[in-house]
Design a protein around this ligand. Sequence first.
Ligand SMILES: Nc1ncnc2c1ncn2[C@@H]1O[C@H](COP(=O)(O)OP(=O)(O)OP(=O)(O)O)[C@@H](O)[C@H]1O
Ligand SMILES: [Mg+2]
Length: 403
Amino acid sequence: MADLDKVKGINARQIKLLQDNGISTAEALAMSPGMIVANIDGLGDKTAKKLIWNARNALGMTEFIPAEKIDENVEYITTGSSELNKILGGGFQTGKLTEVYGPFKSGKTALASTIAVTCQLPINKGGLNASVAYIDTENTFSKEKIKRIAKRFGLNPKEILSHIYHARIYSSDHQSQMIQKAETLCKTRGTRLIIVDSLMALLRSEYVGIGKLAVRQGVLNSMIHGLSRIAETYNCAVLLTNQVATKMMGMFSGNDAIGGNIVAHGCHFRVMFKTKGFSSNSSLKRRAVIVDAPDLPPDECEFFITSAGVADTEKVEIPDDKGLDFEVETLYEESESDKAPNIALTCVKGIGKGTAESLETEGITTVDDLLNADPERLSSKISGISSKKVSEWQSDARVLLET
Ligand SMILES: Nc1ncnc2c1ncn2[C@@H]1O[C@H](COP(=O)(O)OP(=O)(O)OP(=O)(O)O)[C@@H](O)[C@H]1O
Ligand SMILES: [Mg+2]
């Protein structure tokens, strides 16, 4: 990943403007459509074009390359069901957008919760060993559910929750904003999975009527494009859940995902979840159908929703709750030698006594605490401290620990 200052002819003001609009690397700039960059207040058409071209030049994107050199580094996240993994070609793929649509109760949130955990598994167990951004537009995220899924996979629930960066979303422009912000997580926290559950709920309720359709599709287009670019830049997996509407086709009716062609064409994989044929009230059996995929045959399978996420069977083993938290906690308790040495905060460059005191009021008393802190959150809590500053402290703290 190249920083924006590697782009020829760029100045500090332009870097700031781009960063404020979610474009924080040369790759991001090179992959952005000219119109979006030109629309950033203070840039303008000519500058946008020049910067994008220079970014592409810097990254060698203005040359054709022999196809054998294309970097196709696809990785997979297990869905919790081996059948579902199989029809997906191995699991949830990185670098791509996957849309999962279906009627209510069909298991979309269950899948989102499951992969928010399995993404954190080690690579040899079907994960990416990476954190997750969870954009929750329906307020259906459940910590308890995540804890059960974590236990099912033998992971520490507390650790797992601490690596799911959750944002509760209240409006479509908030959703756009947090999609942009998710890029920062990919850049600074190694996030490799972005979940939007669900993509259309807020857009559907805010843009009502045919008159607003064009504007809605414009907003949607920029969300999809932004996500697609992030997926490619950071080799990140993206799950978009979507609702369905009943579509009449002459005498027949069927469920179709909402959002129209922009979603349909913007997503690489489209998977439909069905409850039909099973009593959705009494059975937790569901069907998944591959509707569209670049290199997968049409296929379908059955899976189950369980109290601990998506699975192949109706019941999954969750280690006994009683005492488990305790056992897991001890299991994960660092041995003395693993622990970061207890270095005073004032040893970090730029942290004086006064700042150390402010940090302590936020529960940050050691260098280790500082390293585990979220720069954005911390900067919002302590006045006069930017998140950039916190990141600088963290870099210096890392150097301190290594020396
Ligand atoms: N703890 C649990 N144990 C077993 N089944 C559960 C549990 N919690 C939820 N379910 C079942 O999971 C289904 C809900 O699935 P989910 O929330 O994933 O659906 P969804 O597709 O996201 O629906 P919506 O469109 O309403 O968001 C329901 O049928 C519910 O009965
Ligand atoms: Mg849901």
